[in-house]
Ligand binder design. Structure first.
Ligand SMILES: Nc1ncnc2c1ncn2[C@@H]1O[C@H](COP(=O)(O)OP(=O)(O)O)[C@@H](O)[C@H]1O
Ligand SMILES: O=c1ccn([C@@H]2O[C@H](COP(=O)(O)O)[C@@H](O)[C@H]2O)c(=O)[nH]1
Length: 228
């Protein structure tokens, strides 16, 4: 594998199409890609009962265990495997099992606040923000949460108005300024094709790397090379 990995961050509002973009841009190089859903790094809330967990604001940055995510990315970038937590949306909590994740040529970190944390941003080689209108996103979310995440319509609407929408405006949308590329409407075929090609080049070893000697140390300690 190419060392260190090429790290892509994908952020954007709920239902914007982040997961779809992550899947499509990596589908030709699947075996060389590690996907890291930010959702897996929601804090462990086992100390709360289900009713209390239903009241948590899952769109605020404090809902995530950033230290663990940083640690895992650093380990992967230094060539070591990690035990990635898994998340169960139906019970609003981490699942009991973890999954062993090995370092690969390409790492994709994807989630609503994928471009929020400064230290994580420093570890990303390519930062993408998926931008889709709020009305389209809420319609997608209603369908997904009811069908796949065991929610009812009233609950989805209540959560959207009380936390999802205000947190999007306060914390998620402003991270767009960190993006190298903004992808409109999620699975936009031109953007997807260009990104597929870029990742294929990374895996084939054809991509022009801007890394300098010692860049890994800078990468891991968070001091990015000027101009990257
Ligand atoms: N460009 C698109 N056109 C139509 N539907 C899309 C598009 N991109 C994503 N979707 C659909 O929208 C829903 C939410 O997409 P998803 O990728 O899960 O969003 P996110 O990960 O940002 O929450 C899924 O059902 C997906 O198939
Ligand atoms: O227990 C939970 C944890 C998260 N959420 C919601 O999930 C979305 C993020 O996932 P996307 O796939 O990007 O939509 C976030 O807006 C949280 O509100 C939840 O409902 N319950």
């Amino acid at each position: 594998m190419t060392y260190p990995s090429f790290v892509v961050g994908i952020a954007g509002g709920t239902g914007a199409g982040k997961t779809t973009v992550a899947r499509l841009i990596t589908e030709n190089v699947e075996d060389s890609v590690t996907r890291i859903p930010l959702d897996n790094y929601y804090r462990d809330l086992s100390h709360l009962d289900l009713e209390e967990r239903e009241e948590v604001n899952y769109d605020h940055p404090d809902a995530f265990e950033w230290g663990l995510l940083r640690e895992h990315l650093e380990l992967l970038l230094s060539g070591q495997p990690v035990e990635m937590p898994q998340y169960d949306f139906e019970i609003h909590n981490r699942a009991d099992e973890t999954v062993t994740v090995e370092p690969t040529d390409v790492i994709v970190v994807e989630g609503i606040l994928g471009l929020y944390d400064d230290a994580i941003n420093d570890m990303l080689d390519l930062r993408l923000y998926v931008e889709t209108d709020a009305d389209v996103r809420i319609l997608r979310r209603i369908e997904r949460d009811v069908v796949q995440r065991g929610r009812d319509l009233e609950g989805v609407i209540g959560q959207y108005l009380s936390t999802v929408k205000p947190m999007h405006e306060q914390f998620i949308e402003p991270t767009k300024k960190h993006a190298d590329l903004i992808i409109p409407e999620g699975a936009n075929s031109m953007a997807v094709n260009l990104l597929q090609e870029r990742l294929q080049n990374e895996v084939d070893g054809d991509a022009t790397r801007t890394w300098e000697r010692g860049a890994l140390e800078k990468h891991v300690t968070g001091s990015r090379i000027d101009g990257e």
